[in-house]
Write a new protein. Structure first.
Length: 201
């Protein structure tokens, strides 16, 4: 995610993939939590710890600091590992979702509110806010290669200086901002059709 937190895209997509009417889409969107409070957990119950380690280890080798593991209070079963690379002000979010599996998002924040991200979560067909730019790579791409591509592609101007301790607040703030935008714009009929098509429904 970025400013765009891919966690909410998955949640919306799981709901929206069954929709055929925009009106129903509005009702479904109303069920998506407007906030994502992160709760630290010392003993995360990963469904597939080997996959999570395979995503985090290359980043740690590249100098990322482990900020911690978290549960998402409003989304039972969703776990998140956050890492941060101080030298480049890059945050990495490694997700595990009960239905969508595991994926990684690498993000840079900007002082003007923009976010540039790279993710190996396939496009779900849900439109992103105008301040978010996302590149996608094939599922399972090595995370150190994602980091290298991200730092090469991103705008070098106006990068927000953060500390590891800032990453949780940034995640929560970005999610809330995204949801405020999405609740205002809604899920369009075109989005419903795209999500359903990508989900094979």
């Amino acid at each position: 995610m970025p400013s765009l937190v891919w966690l909410v895209i998955v949640v919306i997509a799981v709901i929206a993939s069954r929709l055929v009417l925009k009106q129903v889409g509005r009702k479904a969107l109303a069920k998506v939590p407007e906030t994502a409070k992160l709760i630290p957990t010392e003993s995360p119950n990963w469904q597939n710890r080997i996959v999570i380690d395979g995503q985090t280890s290359p980043l740690k080798f590249r100098g990322f600091e482990d900020v911690g593991s978290y549960q998402v209070a409003s989304m039972p079963g969703v776990l998140l590992k956050i890492l941060f690379h101080q030298a480049t002000n890059v945050a990495a979010h490694v997700y595990e979702h009960p239905r969508a599996g595991s994926w990684t998002e690498i993000a840079t924040r900007y002082t003007d509110g923009r976010s540039v991200t790279i993710s190996d979560l396939p496009d779900k067909g849900v439109s992103a806010p105008p301040w978010v730019k996302t590149s996608r790579v094939p599922r399972g791409t090595a995370t150190d290669l994602m980091f290298q591509q991200h730092t090469t592609e991103r705008d070098k101007n106006g990068i927000k200086t953060l500390a590891p301790a800032d990453t949780v607040r940034e995640f929560e703030d970005v999610y809330a901002r995204y949801m405020q935008w999405k609740k205002t714009t809604g899920i369009s009929a075109d989005e419903v059709a795209r999500v359903a098509k990508k989900a094979g429904r």
